[in-house]
Write a protein that binds this ligand. Sequence first.
Ligand code: FAD
Length: 501
Amino acid sequence: MPHSIIVIGAGIGGLTAGALLACRGYDVTVYEQAGVPGGCASTFRRRGFNFDVGATQVAGLEPGGIHQRIFAELGIDIPPATPCDPACAVFLPRETDPIRVWRNSEKWQVERQKQFPGSEPFWQLMAKLFRASWNFQGREPVLPPRNIWDLWQLISALRLDTFATVPFALMTVGDALRLYGLANDQRLKTFLNLQLKLYSQVNADETALLYAATALAVSQAPQGLYHFHGSMQVLSDCLVKALEKHGGKLKLGYSIEQIHPQNNHVEQVTIRHHKTGETRTETADHVVANVTVQNLIKLLDVSPSFFWTLYQNRVEKLPRPSGAFVVYLGVYRQAIPDKYFPHLQFLYDDNKPISENNSLFISVSEPGDGRAPNGQATIIASSFTDPQIWFDKTPKAYRALKRRYTSEAIARLSSYFCLTPDTLIHQEAATPCTFARFTARAKGIVGGVGQRVSTFGPFGIATRTPLNNLWLVGDSTHPGEGTAGVSYSASTVVRQIEMSQ
Ligand SMILES: Cc1cc2nc3c(=O)[nH]c(=O)nc-3n(C[C@H](O)[C@H](O)[C@H](O)COP(=O)(O)OP(=O)(O)OC[C@H]3O[C@@H](n4cnc5c(N)ncnc54)[C@H](O)[C@@H]3O)c2cc1C
C-alpha cells in the first residue's frame, strides 16, 4: 500500500508538493477550500479580462530554475512565458525618467552606475554574495535544519565559496551601505527600500544582506523574471494536470478545519465540505499544510507537547506581517502611454512609509498576452497595507475605506495612465479581508515572514514542524521569492518525507 498524504491547500506550494509526491508513488489528496486552485497565484475573470489575483511575474523558469526542474520531473511542459525586460521600471518621487532594472547584467551595471554614481563596490559585493548563495541554494540545503538528516543536507551543500558569505550572515543591507560609505546616499537607499520591500517585506536597514543579494539579482539573466501567456492560472493548472496524471486527487471546496494530534503525531484531520456543510475525519501517513504558519497553529485543537507550545509562542511573537491592497483595472489600450513598461514601481512621497498607496507596484498586460480582448488591457496595482485597519469595522466603514483607497490609487495611477470614464471599462479592488476570504490566510496576510536577520535562513521557519508527520510548505517557510520560493519549500518537504519512510 502506498503511503497516504493529505495536502491542505492547493496554492503553488501545496500543488507542487502534491504533484511531486504523487509522481513518486504516494497516494495524494489535495483539499482546497476555494473553488479554484492557485491561491495568491490564481486568476479571476471579469468582462473578458483575466486578472492575476496576486503574483504576476515568475522566477525559476530558466533552464535549471526551480519551476523548470520540477516540471521536468513531473514530465510536463512549462507553459509559454516571456522574459520581463526590464524586470521593473522604478519611478522615484518627482522623477519622470525611471530606473530600469534590465535583464542583461552589463546593461543593468551601466544603468545603476549612471543612476547611483560611486555605488559600484556595493553592487559588486552583492554580486559576489549572490553567486555564492545561488550555488549553495542550487545544491538544495535544508534550512533551517531540524534533525541530523537536515543538517547533513545542509553540510553537503557547503563549499569553499559558501564560507565567503559567513562574515556577512548577520549583516543587513543598511550595514553594507555603511561599510561602503553609502549610508547617506538617499536616492540609492530609497531605490533599495522600494525594491526590497517587494521581496523581503522590510526596508534596507532591516533586510538580511544575504537574502537581499539574491532578491536584487534574480531579475538578471541567466535567471530572470517571466510573464506567463494567458494568466498566472496556467501555472497551477499545469500542476493540477501533473497531480492527476500521477494518480493524485484535487478536491475543491473542502476546508481542513482541524488537525487532531496525539503525542508527536497527527492522528486525523477534520474536513468540511462547503456546499453541503458535511464534516468528516480522515487519517493519513503525512499531512502537508500549505497554509501560513499563523494559520497552522490555529488548526491544532490542543497543544500536543512542550515543543509545540514553544513553536506557537515563537509564531505569536513574529513581527506583524503585511497585507495587500490591490486595484484591478480593465481599460481601453488608449489609457496606456505609447512608451510604457509592463512592470512599474512608483514611490510618491519619500517622507512617508512605503505602504498604504504611497508606493504602487504595477503590472500592465501586453497586447496579445491573453489577459485582455483586442484593443484593451489590464492594469493591476498593489500596495502594502496594515491588515489591522481593515478588520473589525462595520460593513459601512469597511466599504468607505475601500472606496477611499480605490480612488486614491486610481488618482495616483492617473499621473502615468490616462484613466477617464472613457478609457476605464472595469474596476475592482481587493483588501486583506478579500485575501482572507478567498485564500483563507489569517487576517489576509501575504508574502510570508519578513526577511530580517532574525527570521532568515538558519533562523527562519522550518518545513518540519514539532509533529513528526506534519509538514509546512509555502511562503512562511521560504518567503520572498514568490512562487519559486514556495516551490523550493515543497521540494524540500518531498525529500524529507521520502527520507522519513
Ligand atoms: C499582491 C501580490 C502580488 C504578488 N506578486 C508576486 C509576483 O509577481 N511574483 C511572485 O512570484 N509572487 C508574487 N506574490 C507572492 C505569491 O503569490 C505567493 O508567495 C505564493 O503564491 C504563495 O503560495 P503558497 O502556496 O505559499 O500560498 P497560497 O497562495 O496562499 O495558497 C494556499 C492555498 O491553501 C488554501 N487553504 C488555506 N487554508 C486552507 C484550509 N484550512 N483548507 C483547505 N485549503 C486551505 C488557500 O485557499 C490557498 O489556495 C504576490 C502576492 C501578492 C498578494
